[in-house]
Design a protein around this ligand. Structure first.
Ligand code: GLP
Length: 243
């Protein structure tokens, strides 16, 4: 059996990062961080090393970079519950006001994956809704939802009148998602997501895929949500299985 090395060699930038973390702990959100040049001089290291440490801290959501203005201490992350609630309800549970910007709503022919998830044959009509989700006016996620066009007639029109998809499903179609499978993965932001979410291409994203069903087990939606990894911590309430 091999044993893991308890004290792996620490890269130089990591030492700088730990030092910066200690230093920024006492600073309040919004305060400016010294420039790369100042930090390099202060820590007797190169600007490249400082830059690498800062890139990590930005990716983790500790710092934010503002083009042309400098680097600042970030606002604390938002904790987001993982329940079978809507974005609107989850935001309210956190004390935020949710808002939605409809980016596009289109009727497509579902490919084998999307149609399959919705219990339809490949090529069946599917409504694809792309929305930007905001909490207290801050962009949090880009969400792409797929629903069966025949199960939800006039959805392309109705979604324009409702901020909340779940509210619309309940009021207009009498459908409530009761069970869901949620997949979580990480991915770098594409230029499109980055620009919609006000971040940089390649920034770490938390990607959630939700496949929900109603009380009869009929598929309701297949949704992919790209959340800014530097803004959100997901919290799941776990309980031990019955033995
Ligand atoms: C969350 C879920 C989505 C769901 C959405 C509905 O964001 N990940 O799967 O479609 O909530 O939210 P709302 O009713 O606010 O539109």
């Amino acid at each position: 059996m091999t044993t893991a090395d308890a004290r792996p060699r620490e890269p130089k930038y990591y030492t700088v990062k730990r030092h910066l973390l200690e230093r920024i702990e006492s600073l309040t959100p919004g305060s400016a961080v010294p420039t790369e040049r100042e930090l390099a001089a202060e820590l007797s290291t190169s600007r490249t090393t400082v830059r690498q440490a800062l890139v990590d801290l930005v990716a983790e959501g500790r710092l934010v970079r503002r083009q042309g203005a400098g680097t600042f201490i970030a606002e604390p992350k938002v904790t987001w519950p993982l329940h079978l609630t809507s974005f609107t309800e989850a935001a309210a549970l956190n004390g935020f006001a949710a808002s939605t910007r409809l980016i596009a709503v289109t009727r497509i022919r579902g490919d084998a994956e999307v149609a399959g998830r919705l219990g339809l044959a490949a090529g069946a009509p599917v409504v694809r809704i792309e929305r930007l989700r905001l909490a207290d006016q801050r962009p949090m996620a880009v969400e792409t939802s797929h629903l069966s066009a025949s199960r939800f007639p006039n959805l392309t029109r109705n979604i324009r009148r409702h901020q909340s998809l779940y509210e619309l499903l309940r009021i207009v179609y009498d459908v409530v998602p009761m069970r869901a499978e949620e997949l979580i993965a990480t991915a770098p932001a594409s230029p499109r997501e980055a620009s919609l979410l006000g971040t940089e291409t390649g920034a770490p994203m938390l990607v959630l895929g939700r496949h929900s069903r109603d009380a009869d087990g009929e598929p309701v939606e297949w949704v992919t949500s790209w959340y800014r990894g530097d803004r959100v911590t997901f919290v799941a309430d776990l309980s031990a299985p019955r033995r």
